[in-house]
Design a protein around this ligand. Structure first.
Ligand code: ADP
Length: 250
């Protein structure tokens, strides 16, 4: 079966000379919930930017369901939904329009768009908020709008960059439920996070990234057969002090 995502020897050096991604190779099978865990500055967002065409890789290849993400950018991009770390929206636009405009970006026709937007507004329990300006919404509702927007093109691969950063515990649990439902319904998910608990709870496969390289990668169970579980593996992989992990896991 063609993997959902295949990254081979990705390297990204920014113009400033920063080597954000040293050498990343990974494969995500269709249906997986893949956790990309690592400290700030490890290269997670840059990897996502390369997958979604926001940045150009310096070298290496990326294939999304077999489609080359650089040479065949448009076709590859249609297969992906992206929930970025930063809210890159017009704060005065309402939730419905934010989702709808992304449908326009993907060239969806208006009847299809309307059907899809109505369904997503319903699914993410945004009906009472659909006509409110984005800036008026709480942090958790904003995240739901961004998630609905990421799903507008019915992507086979959903990429979430720190989706619960700054979201309180209750709303985080809501988001986790939505993500688990999407995965159960067949969407392959790549999630970046530095919350160990989030990765542990949601993901089937885990990769730990540090300084632009994958230092561990395997099925979740592998991380829990050892004493200390994921936290210990994270410490060993990243070389961080224990108090750093306690903060990151909060
Ligand atoms: P993470 O998502 O794991 O926190 P990033 O991919 O954001 O890591 O960052 C990796 C490294 O690349 C960091 O040193 C960061 O400062 C640097 N970096 C990120 N974006 C840019 C950019 N646009 N230009 C220059 N350096 C960048």
């Amino acid at each position: 079966m063609t993997p959902a995502l295949e990254i081979s020897h990705l390297r990204k050096v920014y113009r400033s000379g920063t080597v954000a991604v040293e050498d990343v190779s990974l494969t995500i099978q269709e249906g997986d919930f893949f956790g990309f865990l690592g400290p700030n500055g490890a290269g997670k967002s840059t990897t996502i930017h390369c997958i979604t065409g926001i940045s150009n890789p310096t070298s290496g290849t990326i294939r999304i369901f077999g489609v080359d993400a650089v040479a065949n950018y448009r076709e590859a991009r249609k297969l992906v939904g992206l929930s970025p770390q930063e809210f890159n929206v017009d704060p005065f636009a309402n939730a419905r329009n934010i989702v709808d405009w992304m449908g326009g970006y993907f060239g969806m026709h208006s009847a299809e768009r309307k059907r899809r937007v109505d369904m997503l507004i319903e699914r993410f329990e945004l009906v009472p908020h659909a006509n409110k300006a984005f800036r008026e919404l709480s942090g958790g509702l904003k995240r739901r709008v961004i998630l609905a927007r990421a799903m507008v093109n019915n992507p086979k691969l959903l990429i979430l960059d720190e989706p619960t950063a700054g979201v309180d515990v209750e709303l985080r649990m809501d988001l986790w439920r939505y993500l688990q439902e999407l995965n159960r319904d067949g969407t392959t998910i790549l999630l970046t996070s530095h919350y160990l608990e989030e990765i542990e709870r949601l993901c089937k496969t885990i990769a730990i990234v540090a300084k632009g390289r994958i230092v561990r990668n395997g099925p979740k169970e592998e991380f829990f057969t050892e004493p200390g579980g994921l936290e210990r593996a994270y410490l060993a992989a990243t070389g961080k002090a224990a108090d750093h992990v306690a903060v990151a896991a909060k």
